[in-house]
Design a protein around this ligand. Structure first.
Ligand SMILES: [Cu+2]
Length: 123
């Protein structure tokens, strides 16, 4: 029992350290998004486009778009742009007015996994 607790707290410390480390800048990080974080849009976007600082591995990377109730409304899977592997895109169905949350997972060439999220609103 003690050993398990110890392992868990060590894992938590390592996770916190990884977030604070200057080396984190070398991992897949979100540089830009369309829609932008916290955007309030007159027109519903047709796709989500995320730009990363390094290429992302399609097999392990994903985008989910959740409506206010928490349901993932995306119809398909996110695609990494073949011509520009810094870009990951997700086509969207017609979005009703409301608040949406985008959650992404990006795995870079070194295999490290990064996650993030942001919101946008359709008026
Ligand atoms: Cu890395």
């Amino acid at each position: 029992m003690m050993k398990r607790l110890h392992t868990l707290s060590l894992a938590a410390m390592l996770a916190a350290g990884a977030l604070a480390s200057p080396l984190a800048a070398a991992h897949a990080a979100l540089k830009n998004s369309n829609p932008a974080a916290n955007a309030v849009l007159e027109q519903a976007p047709r796709e989500i486009v995320l730009t990363f600082n390094e290429k992302v591995e399609p097999a392990f990377s994903s985008i989910a778009v959740l409506e206010a109730g928490g349901k993932d409304i995306a119809a398909g899977k996110a695609q990494v742009d073949a011509a520009n592997p810094l870009l990951m895109k997700l086509e969207l169905p017609a979005l009703a007015a409301g608040a949406y949350s985008v959650r992404w997972v990006a795995v870079g060439p070194d295999g490290h996994r990064r996650t993030g999220q942001f919101g946008f609103t359709v008026k």
